[in-house]
Design a protein around this ligand. Sequence first.
Ligand code: FES
Length: 142
Amino acid sequence: MRCSGGREMNRREVLGEGWKWLRLAVAAALLYPLLRFLGFKVPRKPRRVEVHKSLKVTGFIIEHEFIIFDGAKGPWAVSRKCTHLGCRLNYREKEHILLCPCHQSRFSPQGRRLAGPAQRNLPTFPVAALHEGEDKGYVVTL
Ligand code: FES
């Protein structure tokens, strides 16, 4: 067997080289499950939040964590946590935008990023009527 310099390797060098590769393979085999364990995330359980308000008056309901909007396809909820650094968004009714008070990122009521330093859209959450066919409240699944 030849080494990288073109000279013949003796038996001791070949075994030493093989031993080095075997140690690397064992280290990788031991580290792989450990790294998988450290990177494992337990999926969060969905949380149901009941809102006992009507959308009929204003067309939207502002809660601490989200805003519910009413549309032609039914209600939807959008997060109030800015995707830039997490400030709580305010809804500007006249402009129909969600505005971040910290660095002025703007989002549409559907959660789409319009401007500002935030790079991602806002998460949206499913909304269901509290009592089927009535406008007495909603259940938002976060
Ligand atoms: S935290 Fe909202 S734009 Fe920076």
